[in-house]
Write a protein that binds this ligand. Structure first.
Ligand SMILES: Cc1cc2nc3c(=O)[nH]c(=O)nc-3n(C[C@H](O)[C@H](O)[C@H](O)COP(=O)(O)O)c2cc1C
Length: 278
């Protein structure tokens, strides 16, 4: 882990964040992710080795604990602070809960009150008002996951609430323009990225970026390479983004059926930007 942190630092990263929060069995069964929380002394020694090996801050994300019988975030977070971590983020569910139940913000508040380093809370900030409310738990900040996927404007809205400004209503058109901008951003993503940043299967060698991710074209045929990757990213966002929108399920089905980027843009423009017939 210390060597991995040095590689990340060498790549120019600003921080190294250690994920002790992932509950997914294929990660956790390899002594990674949340299973590290089950060995607090080992976890702390990993963080100590990392903080000694790099100059950039080492931060840790964790859950409440492994399961209801092993809730140890307050103790582990303290050990991690003593090991030199710069900040800790806590998702107040156990690994066993995955996404069931709710995030325990009393526990998060307990972690925050026991530490001197910044503690960030995570879990169930779906509305901007919840972000503001949870800032009262003594945390230095809140992390927003699913709420941002449903409504990327949540940060602007929370910031308005925090400073006493009225919350701006987001128009249908803005939501559409956001998706179009996201597509453009993804189309430009990874171009010119150095090979060192990508995972390469053993024995495959590094292929030049251009052959792996050809620049998006305007072809109407089924997307391949980078275009396919862009479409898949949109599909992944789509399942969250269309929740709570009028006719959202219809849009979801149409986006899932899009076979090319021009087709995808057409669907979005048609749904969000076309003049409403009277
Ligand atoms: C699509 C998705 C990807 C996530 N990826 C990560 C990750 O890479 N590392 C991490 O520590 N947590 C990750 N999380 C967990 C979130 O950071 C967060 O702790 C959790 O979703 C609870 O917060 P929420 O209720 O605001 O979604 C992810 C969550 C989602 C929904």
């Amino acid at each position: 882990m210390a060597a991995a942190a040095q590689i990340v630092e060498g790549m120019g990263a600003d921080i190294v964040d250690v994920n002790m929060g992932c509950p997914v069995p294929k990660i956790a069964k390899h002594n990674a992710g949340c299973s590290l929380m089950r060995e607090p002394a080992h976890a702390a020694s990993v963080i100590r080795a990392m903080t000694s090996a790099v100059k950039i801050p080492v931060t840790v994300k964790m859950r409440a604990g492994w399961d209801a019988t092993e809730i140890n975030a307050p103790d582990l977070a303290k050990r991690i602070e003593d090991a030199g971590a710069a900040a800790v983020a806590v998702h107040g569910r156990t690994a066993a809960q995955s996404y069931t139940g709710s995030s325990d913000w009393d526990l998060i508040a307990r972690v925050a009150s026991g530490l001197s380093i910044p503690v960030f809370g995570s879990g169930d900030c779906i509305e901007a008002s919840q972000m503001v409310e949870r800032m009262q738990s003594g945390v230095s900040g809140v992390l927003v996951g699913r709420g941002a996927l449903r409504n990327p404007f949540i940060f602007e809205q929370a910031s308005a609430l925090m400073s006493g400004r009225p919350v701006r209503a987001i128009t249908h058109e803005e939501r559409g323009r956001f998706l179009l901008e996201y597509i453009e951003l993804l189309q430009n993503e990874r171009l010119g990225e150095s090979a060192g940043f990508r995972h390469v299967a053993p024995g495959m060698g590094a292929r030049p970026v251009s052959s792996e991710f050809p620049v998006s074209g305007e072809s109407r045929g089924p997307a391949r390479g980078h275009d396919k990757w862009v479409i898949n990213k949109l599909r992944a966002l789509n399942s969250w983004y269309t929740k709570g929108i009028d006719n959202g399920s219809h849009l979801r089905v149409r986006i899932n059926a899009a076979e090319s980027i021009p087709h995808l843009r057409e669907i979005i423009e048609d749904f969000f930007l076309a003049p409403v017939s009277q």
